[in-house]
Design a protein around this ligand. Structure first.
Ligand code: CU
Length: 164
C-alpha cells in the first residue's frame, strides 16, 4: 500500500491528483488562467482580455476592425470611449459609418441609447465612439456595425469583462 502511494505521488508530482479519490474527484479547472487571454465573467462564452489594438476580421472577411484605444482601458463600469479603425488590405477606410452597440446578451439588455455612431477624427483614419455608459460590471459585447458607401453592412463582435 505504501509503495503504491509513493508511486502515485511520484507520477503525480506537479498535478493535483495525488489523493485518495484522485480519479473520481479531479481538481477543478480554474475559470481564469493568469496567462490566458480568455476570461470568464458570467457571459455565454468567454471574453477576451482587452488591449489597445485588439482586432477582429469582420463577418464577411472584407475588413479588419481594430479597437485602437479605450478610455478607460480596459473597459470599466461607467462612461467609456472607444477609438476604432477599419482597414481593408491594411488601408484605413474613412467613407464608412461605424456604430458600436454595447450589449449584455445573457441579461438581454444594452445601453441607452443602444447604438453609438463613431465620429471620424481629424486624423482621417480613426473613428471615435462617444461616451456610452456601461451601467453594470460583467460580460459585455461590443458589436461594431460597418455600413459601407455602397450600403452593405458588416460587423465584428468583441467581448470583454467589465470591472465594477
Ligand atoms: Cu446586465
Amino acid at each position: 500500500m505504501r509503495t503504491v502511494w509513493a508511486i502515485c505521488c511520484i507520477a503525480g508530482l506537479g498535478l493535483a491528483g495525488c489523493g485518495t479519490d484522485a480519479e473520481s474527484d479531479p481538481a477543478p479547472t480554474p475559470e481564469v488562467e493568469e496567462e490566458s487571454n480568455e476570461l470568464n465573467c458570467g457571459g455565454p462564452t468567454s471574453a477576451e482580455r482587452y488591449y489597445d489594438g485588439i482586432s477582429k476580421v469582420s463577418e464577411s472577411g472584407r475588413y479588419t476592425v481594430t479597437l485602437v484605444a479605450s478610455d478607460p482601458a480596459p473597459p470599466s463600469k461607467g462612461d467609456n470611449v472607444v477609438t476604432v479603425q477599419v482597414t481593408q488590405n491594411d488601408t484605413p477606410i474613412d467613407d464608412m459609418k461605424v456604430e458600436v452597440a454595447p450589449f449584455m446578451p445573457h441579461h438581454d439588455h444594452g445601453t441607452a441609447p443602444a447604438r453609438y455612431d463613431g465620429v471620424l477624427l481629424d486624423t482621417g483614419d480613426l473613428f471615435e465612439v462617444p461616451p456610452f455608459y456601461l451601467f453594470m460590471p460583467g460580460y459585455w459585447e461590443y458589436t461594431v456595425t460597418l455600413t459601407g458607401a455602397d450600403g452593405d453592412t458588416d460587423q465584428a463582435v468583441f467581448a470583454f469583462c467589465v470591472d465594477g
